[in-house]
Write a protein that binds this ligand. Sequence first.
Ligand SMILES: NC(=O)c1ccc[n+]([C@@H]2O[C@H](COP(=O)([O-])OP(=O)(O)OC[C@H]3O[C@@H](n4cnc5c(N)ncnc54)[C@H](OP(=O)(O)O)[C@@H]3O)[C@@H](O)[C@H]2O)c1
Length: 242
Amino acid sequence: MHTPSLQGKVAVVTGGSRGIGREIARALVAEQGSVIICGRDGRRAEQVAAEISRTGPGTCAGTACDVRRYAEVEGLMRHAAETFGGMDILVNNAGVAGRGAVADLPLEKWHEVIDTNLTGVFYCCRAAIPWMRKRGGGYIFNISSLAGVNPIPNLSAYNASKFGLNGFSEAFMQEIRYDGIKVSTILPGSVDTEFGGRAPGQESWRLAPSDIAQLVLHLLAHDPRSLPSRVEIRPTQPPKKG
Ligand SMILES: NC(=O)c1ccc[n+]([C@@H]2O[C@H](COP(=O)([O-])OP(=O)(O)OC[C@H]3O[C@@H](n4cnc5c(N)ncnc54)[C@H](OP(=O)(O)O)[C@@H]3O)[C@@H](O)[C@H]2O)c1
């Protein structure tokens, strides 16, 4: 499926300074899009954006934004719209892991995971809507997880955030599609990134971050009449269980 040029299109990718978000930003810029990436570490986001811009042919800017803070999220959307003249695509990718048994899980960890992975997505969607309405439509990608459909012991906070995200995302999709704004929820299996403090590059069976980026480009290429609203993507041959 051929992705139409994204020339003139403006995208915001949260958590674009590493892993999946960085590859999505790179793919959008490769299709001539104008992209703003963010992370809590603004300096890193700026460095990664500069590196992506060098490859082009689109352009990328980086800035600090903690998606748990609504004022910062509103500032991010305004910054994107003012820098590039509007906003067409939002990729809600920023996320954190959180492992631990419920009995021992620090309260701060619970709030960090829920505030980032669930409330942060609500904040970004809410703040993006007025800008997308001004453009007459848009496309929002919410990066969930297969942990949003599969309960896993010692992953309760992460499970709760992603199960919640699926519900939020699909209800939101049904209300906002009449404004010309598409919402797709993407549920990846294991992706080879630094997520949760992993060292990437050790296990070749995992998905590559670029696999998720390719999926985003495929979804953007769909006819306006069709909306693949929920997509699961998993490694072809993970280690056999049992
Ligand atoms: N890797 C996997 O196996 C996998 C599988 C399924 C789903 N996912 C989902 O995919 C998404 C990306 O994961 P990844 O593997 O690419 O993780 P990653 O390599 O750890 O990257 C996470 C990104 O999110 C940013 N971030 C974290 N908290 C933030 C906050 N409060 N505000 C703004 N940015 C924040 C980080 O930058 P800073 O640290 O500078 O904030 C970083 O750019 C997550 O939503 C994750 O749940 C991952």
